[in-house]
Design a protein around this ligand. Structure first.
Ligand code: UT7
Length: 310
């Protein structure tokens, strides 16, 4: 026994909206193709905003919703592969921006689109030994920095954004029971340091259709519950077709899973916490809600967890 629950969530998004029609002026694509193959209608792009601006906005909103002061945090982890600077890390930048205590553990973690799940699990483990029992987990990516804007097969998919969750750890709470995995493969989804992202879309699509149901099954087994015990499914928003196919496979009714990819595209490590913050704002995360979170992406990596709302 011992685990985390979510106290509050928040998001930070750039102002600028880029529609599919805007993209069709730059590359050979169309709104019809993008919507039918991905579900995406628009995405947000950083112009003035930095990665740190998005993280700070998401974190402040999560702290406020959770009713937690920055100095109460024992751990601050930023899941990202596109920080403003490698040193200081995005998390160290948050230490100053948010006014965290000097003994708060602050570091970044890169598990690509699965980053939020990796960071949530890391926070759960570290909080057991941390000076204070609240943790800040941020997922943030500014993919517009690493996209090849002449490659229509990738540039239409991604958007910039950040999401955050403040978690609380208690010895008497059950673990979120995260299952995390990695199968080293640099050919399917790759972004060299300082370079641009490339992806074998169809193969990643097939991988996702195996990984997501596998994660759900593993988490349910670890928790000793059936899918009926899950109140909400929040999947990484990479493609609406992946989400709908998984929901169909599990017989999950529309009101029990969430999609916002139409508004933001794939925001990588940020997609799950952005979705959580929208759900919380809409009153769909009352205390006691059990949310199944599942992520997958580059690495290849995957992860799932069943997290309760405090
Ligand atoms: O978060 C990280 C994880 N990433 C993912 O989960 C992504 C998973 N993959 C996917 O979501 C899909 O594979 C894509 C959305 C990336 C691509 O959809 P698809 O249905 O697999 O298309 P495709 O790559 O098989 O391409 C089909 C056709 C091709 O033309 P031909 O060869 O049939 O003539 C492409 O050249 O569509 C063409 N195409 C486009 N056409 C218009 C590719 N991109 C575009 C585009 N606009 N943007």
């Amino acid at each position: 026994m011992s685990g985390i629950k979510i106290r509050g969530t928040g998001r930070g998004l750039p102002e600028r909206v880029l529609t599919n029609d805007d993209l069709a002026k730059k590359v050979d694509t169309s709104d019809q193709w993008i919507v039918s193959r991905t579900g995406i209608r628009q995405r947000r792009l950083c112009t003035e905003e930095t990665h740190a601006d998005l993280c700070a906005a998401a974190a402040r909103a999560a702290l406020e919703r959770g009713g937690i002061r920055p100095e109460e945090l024992g751990v601050c982890i930023v899941a990202t592969m596109t920080p403003d600077t490698l040193v200081p890390s995005a998390a160290c930048t948050m230490q100053r921006a948010l006014g965290l205590s000097c003994d708060t553990l602050c570091f970044d973690l890169n598990a690509a689109c699965t980053g939020f799940l990796y960071a949530l699990h890391t926070a759960e483990c570290l909080l057991a030994a941390a000076p204070r029992k609240y943790g800040l987990v941020i997922g943030a990516d500014v993919f517009s920095r690493v996209l090849d804007w002449s490659d229509r097969s990738t540039c239409i998919l991604f958007g910039d954004g950040a999401g955050a969750a403040v978690v609380e750890w208690r010895a008497e709470w059950p673990s979120a029971g995260a299952v995390l995995g990695c199968a080293g493969n640099d050919g399917l989804l790759r972004c060299p340091a300082g370079g641009t992202l490339s992806m074998e879309g169809q193969q990643v699509f097939r991988f996702a259709l195996e990984a997501v149901p596998w994660c759900i099954a593993q988490v349910l087994e670890r928790q000793g519950v059936t899918a009926e015990a899950v109140d909400l499914f929040v999947f990484h928003q990479a493609n609406a077709r992946i989400i709908d196919l998984v929901a169909k496979k599990y017989g999950i009714p529309p009101e029990k899973y969430y999609k916002n990819i139409q508004r933001y595209g794939n925001t990588s490590a940020a997609s799950i916490p952005i979705a959580l913050s929208e759900l919380e704002e809409a009153g769909r995360l009352p205390a006691g809600t059990r949310a199944m979170l599942v992520g997958f992406g580059g690495g290849l990596t995957w992860g799932g967890a069943l997290v309760e709302i405090a």
